[in-house]
Design a protein around this ligand. Structure first.
Ligand SMILES: Nc1nc2c(c(=O)[nH]1)N[C@H]1C(S)=C(S)[C@@H](COP(=O)(O)OP(=O)(O)OC[C@H]3O[C@@H](n4cnc5c(=O)[nH]c(N)nc54)[C@H](O)[C@@H]3O)O[C@H]1N2
Ligand SMILES: Nc1nc2c(c(=O)[nH]1)N[C@H]1C(S)=C(S)[C@@H](COP(=O)(O)OP(=O)(O)OC[C@H]3O[C@@H](n4cnc5c(=O)[nH]c(N)nc54)[C@H](O)[C@@H]3O)O[C@H]1N2
Ligand code: SF4
Ligand SMILES: [Mo]
Length: 707
């Protein structure tokens, strides 16, 4: 028997945990967390389902060209040469006519982005947009607005935290395995946990305190917390005087935001707010009010994340042990960037980022605005789009609106390892090998234990699929970008490692190369450094305000109320699935074929619903987005319905996911136009829904009918 052990990187979700893969006779027998990883990792259920995914036949098995109208699902299998020739020729024709900027690269982002970005630079298009406006853009920009550092640049120092507040952050189900372990470790050492959510999650069940809020009212709660900290002198005066600006403005803006006022807005009792403030002050400065992750929910979600960090700062936790800490920077080894092979394109972006939105990050863009530009042809035509392991038709609101924009394209390519609505709607599908059968470029990880990490191919692909670098290399060769063409992946890795003194063999032993001998914790008395214009924590985000022209201390604006009979839409993740691309996984589909609609028992009773019933979920236009069971819980806010994102598939090629559950993206009407002015994130939950009982078990619900 031929056995080997391969260190690699999980690809079942965007967290990319380090793994070790045991291979027997060319088949994966076992996957486990890489025991050598700098952060205590492990494997979640989705990671364990990687083997089932690899062995699944219901995925694109070779390159496909569309052979009928878009979305009709008629395909012509072709060779890689034919597919890449086709894409290169069509792309050249678009670029000859409209300039290279006519290509939009829609990317799921992550640590392997250097190669696709270099490709776009080489062609001369600035239009790389990520999924971020539907995920963490508000958080990223709020971090920049308060400290100048981007999301993730400051380490959340759970090891020394004494009170952690998780607001709209479900750390034990919306997983980053290493982070979940850190939070458990902190709680084991006595860290207090407060959870603020609209429903009782697993994380809430483990918390010392659970505050249930009206969906979309968190900003009011945070303003009241700031009010109490200032009113009662519970904030760290010395820290605030030495390290912050904008305190007077903050105090004035929150002067009327009493706990009684917040109780009326949020439903959280004033006494609970007062208690939380005292608890926090007694743990200060070892306090983290988590800035959030998926914060594309309301038009004031940016402010929720901004004020979360302001509260941590008022308690002295920003820059300090047990709070949000900047790792030491000692000029460690860095990878050579492929992007440096080509100059940055000078032409402005179609989404306006960098010009109309000078504060926003050009590495992320505003994909919703790029799509609107695609539809209108202004400021210039976007005629080609490559969706790179990204599913805009599922991840952006209102798929009908997204399709209207995509109709303007002459070429739409999906590079993907599973079927998705986006792949189904594309002109060309270029199938990526699943992560167990492909390599990726070397990735870099920062934090206290900075390291390089490598995804190695554990097995050969079962079908005619290719790795990222092979696909981009194939296109680059046809488009004259010779510097991105590598015969062997080792040559590409060697290019990245130039100047570091390392070779690819350095990854053989553990899959990881640590860059520092000791954790990069700053000395306790090290001066704090922030990247804002003032060099301090800007409690009023004056620098961001000057650049965006958006008021950084706006009064609370309650989220729009649903009409009588309708409920507020809320959604999120569950531990057994990743977004929309694991619903057809043979193992995970068996464990969890559909996510139920969570509602309060009294709400259910008012709608004539009882445990065991099934419902169809309709959007504000009265269109049905699928059906599912209901889960009754006293902890859910009575005005809300909670859905797990990613269900409601209608692709005939996905037999296990077909017709199961609800497609929450279809419930968000006009969503492409709803964004937070401060952070650019989409307001995906500013939508309401109605529930309709499925009358008999045998009746065909709309999701099943494929409507
Ligand atoms: N298992 C699993 N883990 C994942 C992922 C996955 O797909 N599956 N995806 C990864 C990604 S890309 C991301 S961005 C993260 C997301 O990580 P999180 O942001 O933590 O995850 P979510 O489940 O989207 O949302 C967290 C909570 O917000 C609550 N919520 C909804 N509306 C409101 C509100 O108005 N106020 C408050 N206070 N709470 C509200 C929801 O009930 C939910 O429990 O998860 C990552 N980890
Ligand atoms: N209505 C609604 N919209 C949402 C959300 C929501 O909760 N509700 N959540 C938002 C969030 S937090 C995010 S991050 C986005 C997600 O945005 P998506 O683009 O949906 O992200 P993924 O599910 O990661 O999808 C990646 C696609 O790339 C393909 N793929 C190819 N190779 C790989 C690989 O190696 N790994 C992975 N993981 N995928 C690969 C997958 O098959 C899949 O089709 O959606 C956002 N949009
Ligand atoms: S959280 Fe789970 S699915 Fe995501 S990378 Fe880690 S092990 Fe894989
Ligand atoms: Mo996300």
């Amino acid at each position: 028997m031929d056995c080997k052990t391969v260190y690699s990187v999980c690809g079942m979700c965007a967290v990319r945990c380090p793994i070790v893969v045991e291979v027997e006779d060319g088949r994966v027998r076992r996957i486990a967390g890489n025991p050598h990883a700098p952060a205590k990792g492990g494997l979640c259920a989705k990671g364990a389902a990687g083997i089932a995914f690899e062995e699944d036949d219901e995925r694109p098995q070779g390159p496909l060209l569309r052979d009928g109208p878009r979305g009709a699902g008629k395909w012509r299998p072709v060779s890689w040469d034919e597919a890449l020739d086709h894409v290169a020729e069509r792309l050249k024709a678009c670029m000859d006519r409209h300039g290279p900027q006519t290509l939009l690269w829609a990317d799921r982002d992550g640590p392997f982005k250097d190669l696709p970005r270099a490709f776009m630079r080489g062609l001369g298009s600035p239009n790389v947009c990520t999924h971020s406006p539907a995920c963490d853009l508000n958080v990223h920009h709020a971090c920049k607005a308060v400290t100048g550092h981007g999301r993730g640049d400051l380490v959340l120092d759970y090891d020394h935290c004494r009170h952690l507040v998780l607001q709209s952050r479900n750390v034990f189900e919306a997983l980053n395995v290493a982070e979940a372990n850190k939070v458990l470790g902190a709680m084991g050492k006595g860290c207090r946990l407060t959870v603020i959510d609209v429903r009782p999650t697993v994380t809430a069940a483990k918390a010392h305190d659970f505050l249930r809020v009206l969906p979309g009212s968190d900003y009011a709660l945070n303003l009241a917390v700031i009010h109490v900290l200032i009113r009662d002198g519970l904030y760290d005066r010395e820290y605030v005087a030495a390290n912050t600006t904008g305190f007077e403005r903050l105090a004035a803006a929150t002067a009327s935001c009493t706990p009684a006022w917040a109780e009326a807005q949020t439903g959280v009792q004033a006494s609970e707010i007062e208690k939380l403030c005292r608890d926090l002050a007694s743990a200060a400065p070892h306090v983290i009010w988590h800035p959030g992750w998926m914060a594309s929910r309301y038009r004031q979600s940016f402010q929720v994340s901004r004020t979360a960090q302001v509260i941590t700062a008022l308690l002295g936790g920003v820059g300090r042990k047990g709070g949000m800490v900047e790792p030491r920077d000692e000029g460690l080894k860095a990878l050579k960037s492929l992007c440096d092979c080509y100059p940055e394109p000078a032409v402005p972006r179609a989404d306006g980022v960098g010009k109309d939105f000078p504060a926003f990050d050009t590495n992320r863009g505003l994909i919703q605005r790029a799509l609107l530009a695609m539809e209108s042809g202004r400021p210039y035509p976007l005629k080609a789009c490559i969706a790179w392991r990204h599913d805009p038709l599922q991840s952006l609101p209102d798929p009908a609106a997204v399709k209207r924009a995509l109709a303007a394209l002459d070429l739409f390519v999906s590079v993907t390892f599973s079927w998705s609505d986006t792949a189904w709607h594309a002109d060309v599908v270029l199938p990526l090998s699943p992560y167990l059968s492909r390599e990726s470029i070397i990735g870099e990880h920062g934090g206290f234990k900075p390291h390089f990490f490598l995804r190695r191919r554990a097995i050969q692909p079962r079908f005619d699929t290719r790795a990222d670098w092979e696909i981009i290399g194939g296109l680059a060769a046809r488009l004259g970008l010779d510097r991105l063409v590598f015969d062997k992946v080792e040559d590409l890795w060697r290019f990245q490692l130039e100047g570091t003194g390392l070779t690819p063999e350095a990854f053989d032993a553990t899959g990881i190369v640590e860059l520092a001998d000791a954790p990069m914790r700053p000395a306790e008395d090290a001066p704090l450094s922030f990247l804002t214009p003032s060099g301090k924590v800007e409690l009023d985000s004056a620098g961001w305000e000057a650049k965006t022209g958006v008021d950084m201390l706006p009064p609370y604006a309650p989220p729009p109320s649903p009409p009588p009979g309708a409920l507020r839409l809320t959604f999120g993740r569950m531990a057994l699935h990743t977004h929309g691309h694991t619903m057809n996984n043979p193992m995970l589909a068996r464990l969890c074929p559909e996510g139920p609609a969570w509602i309060h028992p009294e709400t259910a009773a008012g709608l004539g619903l009882a445990s065991g019933d099934r419902v169809e979920v309709l959007n504000a236009r009265g269109e049905c987005a699928g059906s599912g069971g209901i889960l009754l819980s006293e902890g859910v806010h009575p005005e809300a319905v909670f859905l797990v994102h990613g269900f409601g598939h209608r692709l005939p090629c996905e037999s296990r996911a077909f017709g199961k559950g609800v497609a929450d993206q279809e419930l968000i009407c006009d969503g492409l136009l709803q964004e937070d002015p401060g952070g650019g994130g989409l307001a995906l939950q500013e939508a309401w829904v109605t529930l309709r009982k499925v009358e008999s078990a045998g009746a065909k619900a709309c999701g099943v009918a494929g409507g």
